[in-house]
Write a protein of this length. Sequence first.
Length: 286
Amino acid sequence: MHTIASTLGDVRLIRSNLSGLSLTRSMGDEVLVAFPIAGSMDFSAGGRNFVVRADRQAVIGWPFEKINLQVARGEIIALVTTIDALYARAVKMGCRFGRNELKPGSGKVLDLTRPIAESLSRAMKSAIVDTMGLGNLVADGCEDLLLGMTTAALFPCVADCLGYTSDCGIPVLRRARDYIEAHATEVIKLSGLAKTLGLSTRVMQVGFKRHFGYSPRDFIINCRLERSRKLLSEPCGVRSITQIAFDCGFRDLSHFSAKYRDRYVELPSETMRASARRREVGSSTH
């Protein structure tokens, strides 16, 4: 068994390459988050048994319960902290819940495909290596990051408070997308749009990326570029490139040209000239 361990204030990180491990312990006032990055892990707590596989799920050991971990062969990363540290972090993050209101999730397994849980797993992987032998300032920064992510991942009310709700539903996202498409050439305040739809800005951003594969900001830019390409290709276009860029919502001509070239592999002026040539050819054949 090869183990790397790092203590960052109230957080302990452990990375172990294991073979034939069987561990039973009572959690006391501590919380455990552990997942395999190679192989699989058997986990039991509260009378329930789970098998988790590499980078798909993490197991949670809640305070004052008895847990059992078994790893036939594999590598795991674990984070251990106290429940008091997580309560204190929730308050520091601006979530003013009473201790009785700050209830942990009921599950024993954390879905690592959820954005905040996935971020936590990545942070755990990097922190266990990056903090070895480094100064106190780096360690303090990693502790803050890990405590914040762990609190948001394990307490649903904290995730909601910070705008980490995992899914806001396709219908409301389509409403946001339809609004953007209809008003893309105007100034769109994403925070105001999200509020109108009953969402936080972050929830809307995460939902767009998850369901559509792009951010709201990227969608605005793409809608504006499509509109500008249509205007540049008009058979009777009389507007200048600058006027078209402004009419389509761009306020910086160089930014417009760069985005247009990235999207269509040609400059706006090239699109306009090609359109003019097609008109000339078309008129000469009649």
